[in-house]
Design a protein. Structure first.
Length: 312
């Protein structure tokens, strides 16, 4: 809820009021290249206009490895998936599994491939310039998945699916290997963001610098958790690791004993006792009030209670 011009509203999201960032997350949840785009365009417009946003990551990995190209495989959401992006990925000698929206060109081909397609079936056409395939899958009665890939196969395989409607259960179905591969590795950024927010400190917005400092503090904490698992080969709950890390830091600083803060038996918090009324007990105010503090049992106006407990 930061009061910044970069904040945007996206309905349907867990946090619809957000400041959007882009990053690259590996299959092990390691994150790199976080940057804020300031993109004010619609979420699903023409994906070709967002080509330069993904090009930054291709440039980064190219400079990182030089001529020793690693077999990087990029799993990219429909917001950015397009034929020109696949051309760019192929030119850099990388692999990609791109989800494509209905606004992706060529739209006539997308429409034609849906005609007569039964639920659970798929069509595919080749795209020789990028050695890629376009696959249109009818996953549900009214839902289609469009995948453009120069990595995943169009061959049929068995895939576990989940039926949400009653009676909900899991079942084995036939699907293209590309769909199974995309489902396994997609949403890496969403998984990282969920883990980042899981134990993040919730606080009021103070300033832009404080907000970004808190963000990166939790980001580096999560990075240390991912790095620890990768280097040791061990696994433990995220919260357990955080607690053990705090204990290790405290021990290294020589703090042999942590003094717990002084707490009251009951928290000081004003509660309305309406229709009851009493005189404010914080002199010199003598106004009538319906608020009573649960901790000290004093009656007072909202402003008087605030001054009495927290000072000016």
């Amino acid at each position: 809820m930061a009061d910044l011009p970069d904040r945007r509203y996206t309905p349907g999201k867990p946090a619809p009021n957000h400041i959007e960032f882009l990053c690259c997350v590996g299959s092990d949840l390691w994150v790199c290249n976080i940057y804020w785009t300031g993109d004010k365009s619609s979420k699903y417009g023409n994906p070709e206009t967002k080509l330069e946003q993904i090009e930054r990551y291709l440039d980064y990995f190219t400079k990182l490895h030089g001529r020793r190209h690693q077999p990087h495989i990029f799993y990219i959401d429909a917001r950015w998936g397009s034929v020109p992006l696949m051309d760019l990925i192929h030119k850099r000698r990388y692999y990609g599994v791109l989800s494509c929206s209905v606004s992706c060109r060529p739209q006539k081909l997308m429409t034609w491939m849906r005609e007569g397609l039964l639920k659970g079936n798929w069509w595919s056409v080749g795209y020789p310039p990028a050695k890629a395939n376009l696959i249109v899958i009818r996953t549900k009665k009214k839902t289609y998945l469009n995948l453009l890939t120069n990595y995943a196969s169009v061959a049929a395989t068995q895939m576990m699916k989940h039926k949400r409607n009653f009676p909900a259960n899991n079942y084995i179905a036939c699907a293209p290997w590309a769909q199974k591969n995309y489902n396994e590795f997609k949403c890496g950024v969403d998984k990282w963001n969920k883990a980042h927010r899981l134990y993040a400190r919730q606080s009021r917005y103070i300033a832009e610098e404080v907000m970004y400092a808190q963000f990166f503090l939790h980001a580096y904490l999560l990075q240390s958790y991912v790095y620890w698992q990768a280097t040791t080969g061990q696994t433990k709950p995220q919260l357990t690791y955080y607690k053990e890390l705090i204990h290790e830091i405290v021990t290294s600083l020589g703090w042999t004993k942590i003094v717990a803060p002084v707490t009251r038996n009951s928290p000081c918090w004003p509660v309305s006792r309406s229709p009851q009324k009493q005189k404010c007990q914080f002199p010199p105010c003598r106004n009538s009030t319906t608020l009573q503090c649960q901790g000290c049992k004093k009656w007072g106006c909202a402003e008087c209670l605030r001054r009495g407990h927290f000072g000016e």
